[in-house]
Every structure is written in structure tokens, then in C-alpha cells.
Design a protein around this ligand. Structure first.
Ligand SMILES: Nc1nc2c(ncn2[C@@H]2O[C@H](COP(=O)(O)OP(=O)(O)O)[C@@H](O)[C@H]2O)c(=O)[nH]1
Ligand SMILES: [Mg+2]
Length: 451
């Protein structure tokens, strides 16, 4: 998520020896300042961060350890502002109402869907209100998103006034004992008075628990500026930064809260519904320092993997009994976890890898389609026991799947190797092997399968 920043921190830290002098510290701070600015951290935040790091390092004696500690603490201080973190349910009402605001194209509607999906995975009953009547296709877009993630969308084609829509939606959410109501609204290309008035009216009508401002990270410093304006004009409780997957700099996320005094709550990292990451400052600091985010990873996986199943799979892998059915199941699970890149970045020591890994598109990957076709042509017995696959069975599978025999053999061999590797990895010291293997792997991130 913060590959560029993380590697520049590493290089800065490398400028200071175990014990060092003021000159070395000045050099390192200069370097730190340059890279923060280069990666779009706001200049005021940059200045303050550098001053803090310098002061703290001096207080503890100049050296690599104290510099590291100073950087970690200062980053944390810069990222934490007053307000909630992640998603917070209303403390006073059974229904939590969130008003989604932002400029047109910032990703409001997509993010509304992502949040609904996030809450649904946590077993919440969610209703989305289609409050954008400005764009013709807006309601249709929400309906499609709702159908895709299995969340109800409230709309009323006979209504022309968004105020009435959100009023009705709120009533429905209360009567239907929903946990959360997410209100999507119309945006404008730029901030204008009419938009602000409409948003204020919607705000007064739904009386939201919190107002989220959705900002496009690709607009750079403008994301911070518009957030400040929204904060002044209607008041916001959290910011969601979208399209972070396309932002190679990442610094906006570092200074946004510091400049707006509103906490950054979530980050959008792709177009898919699962591409939403909760932004918890302490965890982000760990990731920035290249230490990984074990809690975030554990939280993600625990939602999707039940413990018993995970143990079963581990046992199978250890015994070398991992089969094609397990493989399909794992594939589905990984798909739900979101992007490969974001997962790798959360594993301690692996954050550097993330930039080398091309994200896999699980729905459109030719490789995975082939593997699925191959598995689809196997009998249930063969899936459970890949050892059964003799030449005549392989021939049959080749015909059934439309793959050549060479392709079939290659995939089977790769599966065999992967299963061997998994077995090895699950043994003691396996993680080291894994890291070595990853560093040898090419940018593709997956073994190549011939076309
Ligand atoms: N790559 C990427 N695209 C996003 C993200 N969030 C939204 N988008 C895309 O941005 C475009 C505008 O999003 P939309 O939700 O319609 O914006 P709205 O006008 O604010 O409702 C769509 O093409 C989305 O797929 C994100 O986190 N990453
Ligand atoms: Mg929209």
C-alpha cells in the first residue's frame, strides 16, 4: 500500500549508523524531507514530522535505533487525530446511518457498495438508499452493486426529490430493524453552493450518525483541500480515500488527517467490492515501517476462514494430501480476501514484495480459467486423489477441458510442485524457504502456465 514510502524510509534509516553524529542526523532528516514531499505528503505535515523526528532522536541519543523509534512515534502522532477509527456503530440508536458525500466520480457509489459488503460480512443487516437522482444511471448502478453483494437498495422511481427518498429509506430502515443505513448522494464536478445546500437538507432529514467524505487519491493535494472545504461547510466525521491502488505516491494518506483534523477511516484499493481496507493508524505505521500488519491480516482471514476448516487444510498439507477440491476452495477464499498485493503487504517482512507482484485478476485470469477447466473435467475421485491420473485419464481430461495434453501435464506438474512446496512450508523453518522462493519469483507472482 505504501511501497514507495516504505522503501524511502528504509533508505533514510540506512543513512544513520548504530551510533552517529549530528551531521548524519541532519543528512537523514534532509533526505526524509525530500522523499516525503516527493511522495505527496503535505508540506506542513512534512515539516512537522521532520521536526519531531529530529527532536526525539536527539533526546534519545543519535543512532539508528533511536531514529527508528522517533520515526515510528512521530508517524503515529501525525496519523492519529481526534475521532473514530474504522466503522463505528451508533451508541445511542439501534440504527447507524451513514451519509456518503463527495465530488462526482470520487467513488461514492462504489464505496457505498464496498462498505455495505464489509458490514454484510460482519453479519449486519444493511440498507442502501439511492439518493443520487442527478445522474440518470446512478440508481441503476446501485441496483447492480446491491444485487452483486446481496444487499438491499432502496429506490423509488416515482420520486424526483432525494429528500423524500432518504426520508422513506430511513423509515424503512427503522421499521425493518436494519443495523446500518448507507445513504448515497449526488456529487458535483466541483464544490458549489447548490450541492452544499442539498447535502445540508439531506443531513437534516436523515440525521446521520456520521458523515463520510469520499475523496479520490489521484487528485493529490486537492483531495485534502476539498475535504477541508466539506468539513467547513457541512461537517464530516471521516474520510475515505479511493483509487489508492492507482496512487503510486501514497503520501496523501499520511497527511490527510493531520491537515483536515478528520480521521481517515477507510482506503479503497480497487474497483471490486472487496477492495476496501480499514485504516487504523497504528497498523499503518507498522506497514509503513515495513513490519507488516498481522492484526489486519488476521482480522481479514478470520472473517472468511473458519478455524476448523483451516486446521483440516493444514493437516492435509502436512501429510501431502492436499487435493484439487481443497485447491478450488482455497481459490474462492483468496478471491474473497481481495487483492493479492494488499495481502502480501500485510505479511511482516514481505511488504517489499508487494510492488513486485502483479495483481491477479481472479475472474479473468487465463491461467486460473485453464486450471478450473481442467478440474472441471476430472471425476470427483480424481480431484480427491491426483495420483489416480494415469495417461489414459489425462487424455480424457485433455479432451473434456479443451486443453492440449502438454498443457494438462504442465498444470498437473505445477500442482504437484505447489503441493510439495506447501508441505515444506508448513514444516519448521518453512517461512524462510517461502521468503527465499518469493524473492526468486518473477514479477508475475504465479508460476506461468503455457498458453
Ligand atoms: N481503481 C479504483 N477505482 C475505483 C475505486 N473506487 C471507485 N473507483 C472507480 O471510480 C469510478 C467512479 O466511481 P463511482 O462510485 O461511480 O463515483 P461517484 O460518482 O462518486 O459515485 C468508477 O469507475 C469506479 O469503478 C478504487 O478504490 N480503485
Ligand atoms: Mg455515484
Amino acid at each position: 500500500m505504501f511501497d514507495s514510502l516504505t522503501s524511502s524510509f528504509k533508505s533514510v534509516i540506512g543513512k544513520i549508523r548504530y551510533q552517529d553524529d549530528t551531521k548524519a542526523l541532519t543528512n537523514a532528516i534532509g533526505e526524509l524531507k525530500k522523499s516525503l514531499l516527493k511522495y505527496d505528503v503535505h508540506h506542513k505535515t512534512t515539516k512537522e514530522l521532520c521536526e519531531r523526528v529530529e527532536l526525539k532522536t536527539k533526546q534519545n541519543g543519535i543512532g539508528q535505533d533511536s531514529f527508528l523509534k522517533a520515526l515510528r512515534e512521530s508517524l503515529s502522532e501525525i496519523l492519529v487525530v481526534k475521532g473514530n477509527q474504522g466503522f463505528v456503530y451508533s451508541g445511542t440508536s439501534p440504527l447507524t446511518t451513514i451519509l456518503m458525500t463527495g465530488l462526482q466520480g470520487s467513488g461514492k457509489t462504489t464505496t457505498t457498495g464496498k462498505l455495505a459488503n464489509y458490514l454484510k460480512l460482519r453479519n449486519k443487516k444493511v440498507l442502501i438508499a439511492a439518493g443520487d437522482l442527478q445522474r440518470l444511471a446512478a440508481v441503476e448502478q446501485l441496483k447492480q452493486i446491491g444485487a452483486q453483494i446481496g444487499v438491499e437498495v432502496f429506490f423509488d422511481d416515482s420520486e424526483k426529490d432525494p429528500i423524500n427518498i432518504v426520508k422513506k429509506a430511513k423509515q424503512k430502515a427503522i421499521d425493518g430493524l436494519y443495523d446500518v443505513l448507507l445513504v448515497d448522494t449526488a456529487g458535483r464536478l466541483a464544490i458549489d453552493e447548490e450541492l452544499m445546500v442539498q447535502l445540508k437538507n439531506i443531513k437534516d432529514t436523515v440525521n446521520p450518525t456520521e458523515i463520510f467524505y469520499v475523496a479520490d487519491s489521484l487528485t493529490g493535494h486537492d483531495a485534502t483541500k476539498t475535504a477541508i472545504t466539506f468539513q467547513e461547510k457541512i461537517g464530516i466525521d471521516g474520510v475515505i480515500l479511493t483509487k489508492f491502488d492507482g496512487d503510486t505516491k501514497g503520501g496523501v494518506a499520511l497527511s490527510l488527517s493531520h491537515q483536515t483534523k478528520v480521521p481517515l477511516r477507510f482506503v479503497g484499493v480497487g474497483e471490486k467490492m472487496e477492495n476496501l481496507e480499514v485504516f487504523i493508524p497504528d497498523r499503518i505505521v507498522s506497514r509503513l515501517m515495513g513490519a507488516g500488519d498481522i492484526e489486519g491480516l488476521a482480522e481479514k482471514t478470520s472473517l472468511l476462514i473458519d478455524d476448523k476448516k483451516a486446521k483440516e487444510v493444514t493437516k492435509k498439507i502436512k501429510k501431502g494430501e492436499f487435493n484439487f477440491n481443497d485447491f478450488l476452495e482455497q481459490l474462492e477464499m483468496i478471491k474473497k480476501l481481495g487483492s493479492m498485493k494488499s495481502i502480501i503487504g500485510m505479511i511482516p517482512g514481505m511488504s517489499g514484495m508487494a510492488s513486485q507482484i502483479k495483481d491477479m485478476d481472479f475472474d479473468n485470469s487465463v491461467e486460473l480459467k485453464r486450471i478450473k477447466a481442467l478440474i472441471g473435467s476430472m471425476t470427483l475421485k480424481e480431484r480427491e486423489n491426483p495420483d489416480l491420473l494415469n495417461p489414459s485419464r489425462k487424455k480424457r481430461i485433455s479432451k473434456g477441458s479443451g486443453l492440449s495434453e502438454v498443457q494438462v501435464n504442465k498444470i498437473l506438474k505445477q500442482f504437484h510442485n505447489a503441493s510439495k512446496m506447501a508441505k515444506k512450508m508448513s514444516s519448521k523453518g518453512g517461512m524462510k524457504d517461502m521468503q527465499r522462493m518469493m524473492s526468486q519469483m518473477n514479477a508475475q507472482g504465479m508460476p506461468q502456465i503455457p498458453r
